[in-house]
Design a protein around this ligand. Structure first.
Ligand SMILES: O=C(O)CCC(=O)C(=O)O
Ligand SMILES: [Fe+2]
Length: 222
């Protein structure tokens, strides 16, 4: 499932991040790419452990933590520290698959997430292109909104031709490893909430709760 999460950041958080990024020190993006992704990665990113990086990271992490759609659809077990990336004209990230295992302690990447930080009308190019069973899908979201897509896909970032594309990217290990099972649980959870709001705590609601809880018990990866 490819999921759009609108308004992950408040306008104030977005302004805080983009203002700080203006004067921050960026380094070659190849530093954090797998050996084959390095071949096609041409961007810069915020220095990994600087004070600004820590500060801005915590803004994004808190925003993800409080986001109900992110929590219910993705069921995060672990989230990699966010990377802030910058694409200036001529920069791009060619087709690659993200590393399956990342960080110390190792975590599995189930879901990749891009949080767009630049308004789409301020740069040309820079679309995120994801290869899906329906063909290539192209995304360029509003600043402050995010897309979550399976880490198992081939994807790329189109060359930026004018302006600057700022983004925050991260990877999530889900409590539900299988994307189909994750989607079933998400749908059941959504139905459960909607039924409760519409009809209250009926017998049907209880049965949906039971099914949801029991499938979660069956599929959870802890
Ligand atoms: O910036 C993006 O939208 C995706 C970047 C990416 O694919 C990566 O960092 O692995
Ligand atoms: Fe990637």
């Amino acid at each position: 499932m490819i999921l759009f999460i609108d308004d992950v950041l408040t306008p104030a958080e977005l302004a805080q991040i983009t203002t700080k990024l203006k004067n921050a020190e960026f380094v070659d993006g190849k530093l954090t790419a797998g050996w084959h992704a390095k071949e096609v990665k041409n961007n810069t990113q915020l220095k990994r452990d600087s004070a600004i990086t820590q500060e801005l990271r915590s803004v994004v992490h808190q925003a993800l933590q409080r986001n109900r759609l992110f929590q219910t659809a993705i069921q995060p077990k672990a989230i990699r520290p966010v990377i802030f990336s910058c694409y200036e004209p001529g920069m791009y990230y060619g087709y690659h698959v993200d590393n399956a295992l990342m960080g110390t302690p190792l975590m599995r990447s189930d879901v990749s997430l891009t949080l767009f930080l630049s308004s789409p009308d301020t740069y040309k190019g820079g679309e995120l292109v994801v290869e899906t069973s329906l063909g290539e899908q192209t995304f360029k979201l509003a600043a402050g909104s995010a897309i979550a897509y399976p880490s198992s896909t081939l994807h790329r970032v189109e060359p930026v031709t004018t302006g600057i594309r700022l983004a925050a990217v991260t990877w999530i290990q889900s409590f539900i490893r299988d994307p189909n099972e994750r989607e079933i649980l998400f749908d059941l959870n959504t139905t459960k909430q909607a039924m409760f709001e519409k009809y209250g705590k009926t017998l049907e609601f209880d049965l949906i709760c039971k099914t949801h809880a029991n499938l979660l018990r069956k599929w959870v990866d802890i």
